[in-house]
Design a protein around this ligand. Structure first.
Ligand SMILES: [Zn+2]
Length: 148
């Protein structure tokens, strides 16, 4: 994929990778919390969301490693970054939000610009049939106005 070496994509990959490393630590802590506190509702919900946050960061990382910016962009939303700050850790959450800016720049630049139809360069005079350049206003042979 040509966009794979895009500098914004490369920095997004680095940011997500660091976020992923921190998220692993959070994931381990969440598993411990879940084992210790599963019998309390609050104690169980927090690590379950934390584990979900980790798996989503893992999916974002996998998508970026494949160069799949669209999937990474869909998964790494602002809302997810905020949820990650609360349930996955401040460091991975902020890194996700910074990486989102990079990913958005890559996706916005990927919108293809339609090519201008430069292949039509000539037009024919409807009065005398002489070939004229497309941008000509009057026929070079008979001088009549060219219809567009
Ligand atoms: Zn003419």
């Amino acid at each position: 994929m040509a966009q794979y070496r895009h500098p914004d994509l490369e920095s997004a990959r680095t940011l997500i990778f660091v976020a992923w490393i921190f998220a692993i630590l959070g994931f381990i802590a969440d598993v411990f919390l879940l084992v210790l506190l599963w019998w309390t509702i609050i104690g169980a919900i927090f690590p379950i969301i934390g584990i979900w946050v980790f798996s989503r960061i893992n999916n974002i990382k996998a998508a970026l490693d494949k160069g799949d910016v669209e999937t990474a962009s869909k998964l790494n939303t602002t809302l997810f970054g905020i949820i990650a700050i609360f349930f996955g850790g401040v460091v991975p959450g902020i890194l996700l939000l910074v990486a989102k800016g990079n990913i958005d720049r890559v996706t916005s630049q990927r919108i293809p610009t339609p090519p201008t139809p430069s292949f039509i360069t000539e037009t024919y005079c409807t009065y005398c049939g002489v070939k004229n350049p497309i941008d000509a206003k009057y026929c070079k042979a008979c001088g009549k106005e060219l219809k567009k």
